[in-house]
Design a binder for this molecule. Structure first.
Ligand code: UDP
Length: 342
């Protein structure tokens, strides 16, 4: 009995692998290493390098490693890129997920955890947004994920497969013990960009829009620490193993911070001032989105342990420093040595 983690060499997936190992579970990772890193997979974990949409590869991995559950992280996740290249997102996130579901159900997999996104809500009418708000994604990224939620709903009615889809809000930070973190050099996510700027890895950063209807004019988001998010997946697995019903849940803290709040926190925690250039609004950005989290707490028993923006920023800073040292020390880590962040 083992858990297949697609995208296990990536940011959230690698933290999930650590949670599973810490809980004594058998894990196998499937990753094409397009954005993940081989070194992010602990050596005792089998790594199958390839595409989650490759039916034969996945079928073989399920049989070979005795896979009974799938946690599906692998995806394209950059909203502006999805606006520019929608078919890439529909192919990778939607069409290949359809194939994965077909492979999974044919192989008798009964439990499936899916990385969905707050982007399915678009610009919600009210915050915190709850799961009963009708989804209205504003980007191909959000749509590409929502279609998978719909497939899961239908497939679960027509087969023995049960699922939990977690709608992630803004994931940030790193493993509290410093074993993992966000490693993509050109990541576009706010905390990563701000931390890289504080460390001098970027000369300046942009603040996209200060004319939103929020307390200070910049966009408001709900930043969830990555280990807390990984633990939500552990809770989801336990829920399904205990015979629980399929569910779609928000994963966030029900607390919003503006872009300016985040930048000020990074400046305060790092002790460094840096140049922030105010720019136009970025396409596809809702003004504010904050998670209602009553459902995940009541249905999955999820309890956040790292709900603290300063702690999240400290983890991100520590990990970024660690990465920068690996690059300058030329530790031979594939992916990192290919270029300075930014
Ligand atoms: N943002 C910003 N500068 C950056 C990166 C992001 O002002 O360099 C803003 C972005 O416009 C949004 C918020 O920060 O309002 C969060 O963006 P991010 O890309 O981190 O996550 P998203 O909410 O798009 O998933």
């Amino acid at each position: 009995m083992s858990v297949l983690v697609t995208g296990g060499a990536g940011y959230i997936g690698s933290h999930m692998v650590l949670e599973l190992l810490d809980a004594g579970e058998d894990v196998v990772v499937l990753d094409d290493l397009s954005t993940g890193f081989r070194w992010a997979v602990p050596p005792q974990v089998p790594l199958v390098i390839g595409d989650f949409g490759d039916e034969n590869l996945v079928k073989d991995a399920i049989a070979r490693y005795g896979v009974t559950e799938i946690v599906h992280f692998a995806a394209k996740i950059v909203v502006p890129e999805s606006v520019a290249r929608p078919l890439l997102y529909y192919s990778n996130n939607t069409a290949k997920a359809r194939t994965l579901l077909e492979t999974a159900t044919s192989a008798g997999i009964e439990r499936f955890i899916f990385s969905s996104t707050a982007a399915v809500y678009g610009d919600p009418v009210q915050n915190p947004v709850t799961e009963d708000e009708p989804p209205k994604p504003m980007s191909p990224y959000g749509r590409s994920k929502l279609m998978v939620e719909w497939m899961l709903e239908d497939v679960s009615k027509a087969s023995n497969l049960k699922y939990v889809a977690l709608r992630y809000f803004n994931v940030a930070g790193g493993d509290p013990a410093g074993r993992a973190g966000q490693s993509t050099p050109n990541a576009t996510h706010l905390i990563k960009v701000a931390v890289q700027t504080a460390l001098g890895l970027r000369p300046k950063m942009q603040l996209f829009g200060i004319d939103y209807p929020t307390h200070d004019g910049s966009c408001v988001r709900d930043y969830i620490q990555v280990t807390d998010l990984a633990r939500a997946h552990m809770d989801a697995l336990a829920h399904l193993r205990g015979g629980g019903q399929s569910l779609v849940c928000n994963a966030g803290y029900a607390k919003g911070f503006s872009v300016i709040d985040v930048i000020e926190t990074v400046k305060r925690v790092s002790g460094r001032d840096f140049h922030v250039e105010v720019s136009e609004r970025r396409p596809g950005d809702p003004a504010a989105i904050v998670a209602g989290n009553d459902l995940i707490k009541s249905a999955l028993g999820w309890r956040p342990q790292h709900d603290d923006l300063e702690e999240i920023v400290r983890q991100a800073l520590r990990w970024e420093q660690n990465l920068a040292e690996r690059v300058s020390g030329n530790a031979g880590l594939d992916g990192i040595k290919t270029g300075a962040p930014g």
